[in-house]
Design a protein around this ligand. Structure first.
Ligand code: CA
Ligand code: CA
Length: 93
């Protein structure tokens, strides 16, 4: 079951990514193609989020490094302080 869903834009807009387990490197998750040969990823791109169950600790750096913050179960239409910043995620609960 989906535990966390990330959205490209605020208010759950744009593309979304369903997460079922920890993700140490959002840079490995392809978002979409743009221009011709450049791949966009979810690194520093999430702008809203739904935590379906449990909780999640988000990190500014990959592999759970750098500044961190924890979000409990709920819907976050905006990510104040975390807009386009999350690079890894530790799901728990
Ligand atoms: Ca974004
Ligand atoms: Ca980051």
């Amino acid at each position: 079951m989906t535990k966390v869903t990330l959205y490209e834009h605020e208010d759950f807009g744009g593309e979304h990514l369903d997460l079922f387990t920890d993700d140490s490197t959002l840079a490995n998750d392809t978002m979409h193609w743009f221009l011709w040969a450049v791949t966009a990823t979810w690194d520093n791109n999430a702008s809203s989020m739904i935590v379906h169950e449990g909780a999640v600790t988000v990190y500014d750096g990959k592999s759970y490094t750098g500044q961190s913050g924890t979000f409990g179960e709920g819907e976050y239409a905006s990510l104040s302080g975390w807009e386009d910043k999350i690079s890894s995620m530790d799901l728990w609960g």
